[in-house]
Design a protein around this ligand. Structure first.
Ligand code: FVH
Length: 291
């Protein structure tokens, strides 16, 4: 049963993530109205206590606080554009994956108190201690609705710039996909030799986890723009060894395309006279863009 002393919340979008958010709100007692393009996805949530709005307009007018979790930026704009007037004066918390520019564009597109969010969790993690969500944009929207937002997981407010939550989100996703790229390559290499990847996986996790500890040292190098501090492994040595990643892949007849871009960047740093420094200096080449 919803707790009517709690503020009403509307959720637009009942995909895997939107449905998980609704379940967290219902479990915490928030009166929750839901809308989805495909209405059938509302049925199990209505059985669990949600109210189904069959139109976006009805969903928007049901609550002052609107949580949006749709496929992408264009979908959000398409859906919200249809109810532009009804949005006026409401709080919109957009948890859809966005770039920083897309988030800033949405913040100015409607007459709303806008908060952007980046969910750092997969649906089963929602409402568990493992989940955290970045928020940025309207400080008053965040402060007023913090209790609602914390039903999803730990909330981390990263500033009034509505683009900053997306920037933090994409930065962490970049780290994750870099890890997946390396992990997939590692598993492909092992698999190509007929070795069990299941047996190898714990070793991969162990090594990647211990290497993740070096991120702090790299971050300090970058903040101080001094890549000669915290050097545990000089880049000249790393660059010489990196070539073997490609050679080893060739010997196993697998593609090294997931890993190859880093090699030339390391070689350029060495050629530019930074061989004694750490790998953190590669950022100086990234900062030049694609030049
Ligand atoms: N699931 C995850 O692991 C990640 C975790 C981090 C955050 N992301 C982002 O959350 C957004 C929603 O993701 P999702 O997992 O809910 O995605 P789907 O299950 O694919 O649901 C997509 C919803 O979007 C609706 N939709 C798609 N196109 C349209 C459209 N043209 N007009 C209206 N609605 C549209 C779709 O509706 P339907 O297909 O059920 O009718 C779903 O409600 C996303 O930004 C992730 O990057 C999730």
């Amino acid at each position: 049963m919803p707790d009517l002393s709690k503020p009403a919340v509307t959720v637009l979008g009942l995909g895997d993530m939107g449905s998980a958010l609704v379940r967290a709100l219902l479990a915490a007692g928030y009166p929750t109205t839901v809308w989805n393009r495909t209405p059938a996805k509302a049925k199990p949530l209505v059985d669990e206590g949600a109210t189904h709005a069959t139109t976006v307009a009805d969903a928007v007018t049901a609550s002052r606080l609107l949580i949006v979790c749709l496929l992408d930026h264009n979908t959000v704009a398409d859906v919200l554009d249809t109810v532009r007037d009804a949005l006026s004066g409401r709080v919109v918390v957009n948890l859809t994956n966005s770039t920083q520019g897309q988030a800033r564009e949405l913040a100015g597109r409607y007459d709303v108190d806008y908060l952007d969010g980046g969910i750092m969790a997969v649906p089963p993690m929602i409402a568990t201690p493992a989940a955290f969500v970045f928020y940025s944009g309207s400080r008053s929207a965040y402060d007023t609705n913090k209790a609602v937002l914390e039903t999803f997981g730990e909330s981390i407010y990263v500033g009034t710039d509505p683009g900053f939550a997306a920037l933090h989100d994409i930065a962490l996703l970049s780290g994750m996909y870099g890890m997946f790229a390396g992990g997939l390559h590692a598993l492909a290499l092992i698999n190509s030799a007929g070795i069990s990847t299941t047996e190898f996986a714990p070793l991969l996790k162990r090594y990647v986890t211990s290497m993740a500890g070096y991120v702090d040292g790299l971050a300090e190098q970058i903040d101080k723009q001094d890549y000669a501090i915290n050097v545990t492994s000089n880049i000249a040595m790393q660059s010489a060894g990196y070539i073997n990643l490609t050679l080893s892949a060739q010997e196993q007849a697998i593609s090294a395309e997931l890993l190859e871009p880093l090699g030339p960047l390391m070689a350029r740093r060495v050629a530019d006279g930074h061989g004694h420094e750490d790998i953190g200096g590669v950022i100086e080449l990234l900062k030049k863009g694609n030049k």
